[in-house]
Design a protein around this ligand. Structure first.
Ligand SMILES: Cc1ncc(COP(=O)(O)O)c(C=O)c1O
Length: 425
């Protein structure tokens, strides 16, 4: 099971080394390093399992690694089901296909001519789609342990680490607890008291990261990287730090593609809220895999939504101006650098100062005919309120920011797909 860096081409054999950060990253070469699993050659699965990590297993790299390491299909099911049972104990729920429903009242309120579909991730494990990303990583770690692969040597001596104080941190804490694996969470001094309490209840060790004199960049990310350099396992949701994290959320696109196929709808546009970019990257790749296997006739146009307060992806898009993307991957800093001003928005979960997974999202927008959409604060608030009133889904303003994007583009976008995620806490 090989992973390949989309920037420098380095390959990593996932049985022998952890395919998380590209081994060449950090060399100061200005290349955009992200490891991606070699694409599966399997057809789209047709099983009826309700757990996405069982249903779509043949398309997931940890499963392919397990089979290559001579674990049986039943052994994979056991790994998934054991973790799932532990998730039920820790979080009251395991992974199940989440609902995607046509929202006619919301479409009418917006005056849309075509259909509007919302995939509801608020009732997913830990209350957001983030758990999908991290379940993919945990399944890989479990396969290494159970198959006794070289990359798993002394694995349990290493703690998991994440820099986040929102949905990603909560997802990491729930999954780490279910797997009985110690977790360090690096948070800013102003992290919410409720999130801190939940993390502590879940047994995570919290480190509050103050800015140190003369230090540039996010102090939480800097402390996280130091901890990884000392041996911690990167358990966050940024493809640059852990390429495998993106893949778990392919399941979200697989579920959507399969449901669209079942009901005979080909969505024209997908509006997705973008912070670090892992979600949009995963959706783009997942839809592409489903389209290549004939599940959908075409990719929806991928439109990446950011707030006006922090829009590094739109900035990169404008700088690219049609440039060859392979070239752009070798000159990252010309297109992506930290947002210069301190952002503020109701959609606080998408204020990442860099779109870490920008390259894959740009590629997805280009190939699908989509574009970045930058939305003002009043539309962010309006989208959240309309979403609650007309769908009953209690998502946060971060989690309905995709709708804000759909509302702010003029003209007819055809049938629209959205993801509401991040339950209001
Ligand atoms: C609810 C919700 N939706 C979307 C996102 C954006 O995801 P990404 O950072 O992968 O772009 C986040 C990120 O925190 C989130 O919490």
């Amino acid at each position: 099971m090989q992973f390949r860096c989309h920037g420098c081409g380095t390959t990593v054999d996932a049985a022998h080394a952890l395919p998380f950060r590209c081994p060449q990253a950090g060399a100061g070469d200005d290349i955009d390093h992200v490891l991606i699993a070699e694409p599966p050659d399997q057809a789209f699965p047709s099983g009826a399992e309700q757990n996405p990590f069982l249903r779509y297993r043949t398309l997931l790299s940890p499963y392919r690694l397990a089979r290559a390491a001579s674990l049986s299909d039943a052994a994979w099911s056991e790994i998934v089901e054991e973790l799932d049972a532990a998730l039920v104990t820790v979080d009251g729920r395991g992974f199940r296909l989440t609902p995607m429903i046509e929202q006619k009242r919301l479409a009418a309120a917006l005056g849309l001519k075509d259909s509007l579909w919302v995939k509801d991730e608020t009732a997913n494990v830990s209350g957001s789609h983030k758990a999908r990303h991290l379940m993919g990583v945990m399944l890989y770690l479990r396969v290494l342990e159970i198959a006794k692969l070289p990359a798993g040597h002394a694995l349990r001596k290493r703690r998991l680490a994440i820099a986040s104080c929102g949905n990603a941190a909560l997802a990491a804490a729930v999954i780490a607890r279910a797997a009985d694996w110690p977790l360090d969470v690096f948070i800013p001094p102003d992290a919410g008291a409720a999130v801190k309490q939940s993390l502590q209840n879940l047994g995570a060790r919290i480190t509050v990261c103050e800015r140190r004199a003369g230090e540039a960049g996010d102090p939480c990310v800097l402390r996280f990287r130091e901890s990884v350099a000392q041996g911690a396992i990167p358990f966050g949701v940024q493809g640059t730090e852990n390429g495998l994290a993106v893949e778990g959320a392919h399941t979200l696109a697989f579920e959507m593609a399969e449901e669209f196929s079942r009901i005979g709808v080909v969505p024209d546009s997908l509006f997705v809220q973008v912070g670090g970019g892992a979600l949009a990257s995963a959706l783009t790749q997942g839809f592409a895999l489903a389209c290549a296997r004939g599940v959908l006739a075409k990719m929806p146009k991928v439109n990446a939504v950011q707030t006006a307060s922090c829009a590094p992806l739109a900035r990169a898009w404008n700088k690219l101006d049609g440039l060859d993307l392979a070239k752009a991957a070798r000159h990252r800093s010309r297109f992506m650098w930290p947002w210069e001003t301190t952002p503020a928005s109701l959609a606080s979960g998408i204020l990442d100062d860099e779109t870490y997974d920008w390259w894959a999202v740009v590629e997805g927008m280009r190939t699908s005919g989509g574009r970045p959409v930058v939305v003002d604060e009043d539309i962010i608030a309006c989208a959240r309120d309309l979403a609650r009133r007309h769908t009953g889904i209690q998502a946060s303003a971060t989690g309905t920011a995709g709708l804000a994007g759909a509302m702010s583009l003029p003209g007819d976008q055809g049938s629209i797909a959205l993801i509401f995620s991040g339950v209001e806490r």
